[in-house]
Write a protein that binds this ligand. Structure first.
Ligand SMILES: *Cc1c(COP(=O)(O)O)cnc(C)c1O
Length: 355
């Protein structure tokens, strides 16, 4: 039976991307060696990094003066690396969920943190709108897509200070005005590649402004200067990212990804709103097009486990909601087809008919 992968992360990747990566693991560029066995400094591998950086810049229309680097440590390490490099006195953070909260916790180790607004009291079911960003903050940090709760900031915000964003789960799903940001980062395993690499887009002249000493490995400058080759980078995940960037380009770039994401989300949210068994969990205008969260309506609560089993039997993988929200979550990253979403909708309709 055909399986549809709605996992939140690590998550779905285009089949071609997985196959190209698997083939390179067996034989890299006809060298008779595996991608896993070659030096990251081999002359064949440097073009992989160079091409990945070039495609990052092309697809996101990154302006001059920005560098793209590939690091280890996941988005979670960026929660401390960002303030290490950018927080001199004060930073502003928008608290839209667990990931934002973790970023705030780390930033507090480096200076004053102003939490400009929070939707914690409503279990993060909306994106706060009315708040003041202190004009003397070094930066304003946001989490553009809240993977766990299914809320998203999809329109660029206005900020009196440069922004920094965790875009782990919506990078390459839409055009981004990179010029508004000093830094954009994310783990790869949601919408870019397999797990193991972290991307960082950084404005070069925003570096070197803090007075503290930064350990070599945590200084963005180190990796910018060495083109992600200061130490051994995660070679296979970078190769996989390159394959996916090529796939995105071949499929129309971020504008097409945006269109597809909106199309998928509309189909699924329409069904959630129509189906008597289900309801969405977040405020309508803040609904994420990447992670679509829903629960059973109160009068049908006891059918939850039964629906999970039914959906699994129909080939739907990974639709269980995060434990802090409950219910269901269908993550619809770039590689998810409209057909996959329609299959989930049919599953919901069949289940409704049976009840
Ligand atoms: C998954 C996720 C993270 C954590 O990423 P790691 O690479 O596992 O550290 C951080 N932020 C957001 C928005 C995420 O979705």
């Amino acid at each position: 039976m055909k399986k549809y992968n709605f996992n939140a992360g690590p998550s779905i990747l285009p089949r071609e991307v997985i196959e190209a990566t698997a083939n390179a693991c067996l034989d890299f560029n006809g060298s008779g060696l595996s991608l896993m066995e070659i030096s990251h400094r081999a002359k064949d591998f440097q073009p992989v990094v160079d091409e990945a950086v070039a495609l990052f810049k092309e697809l996101l229309e990154i302006p001059e003066g920005y560098a793209v680097i590939f690091l280890g440590g996941g988005a979670s390490l960026q929660f401390c690396q960002v303030p290490y490099n950018f927080l001199e006195k004060k930073a502003a953070y928008l608290n839209t969920g667990v990931w934002a909260k973790k970023a705030i916790k780390e930033a507090k180790l480096f200076g004053e943190v102003v939490e400009v607004a929070s939707s914690a009291d409503s279990n993060y079911t909306f994106i706060p709108k009315d708040y003041v960003i202190p004009a003397d903050a070094d930066y304003f940090h946001i989490t553009t897509n809240n993977t766990i709760y299914g809320t998203e900031i999809r329109k660029e915000l206005d900020s009196p200070v440069p922004m920094i964003a965790d875009m782990s789960s919506d990078i390459f799903s839409r055009p981004v005005d990179v010029s508004k940001y000093n830094c954009i980062y994310g783990g790869a395993q949601k919408n870019l590649s397999m797990a193991g690499v972290t991307f960082v887009i950084v404005k070069e002249d925003a570096l070197g402004k803090v007075s503290r000493q930064i350990p070599t490995m945590l200084d963005y400058r180190t990796h910018v200067d060495k083109g992600s080759m200061f130490n051994t980078p995660p070679v296979v995940p970078i190769y996989c990212a390159l394959q996916n960037l090529k796939w995105i380009k071949a499929n129309g770039g971020v504008t097409a990804m945006d269109k597809r994401a909106n199309e998928r989300a509309a189909i699924l949210y329409d069904e959630i709103d129509r189906n008597k068994l289900f309801r969405g969990t977040v405020q309508t205008e803040d609904r994420s097009v990447m992670n679509i969260c829903f629960v059973m309506n109160d009068e049908y609560k006891d059918l939850e486990a039964e629906f999970m089993a039914f959906a699994t039997q129909k080939g739907m993988v990974g639709v269980k909601g995060h434990r802090s929200v409950g219910g269901f979550r269908a993550s619809c990253y770039n590689a998810m087809s409209v057909e996959g979403v329609k299959a989930l909708v049919e599953t919901m309709q069949e289940f409704e008919k049976a009840h």
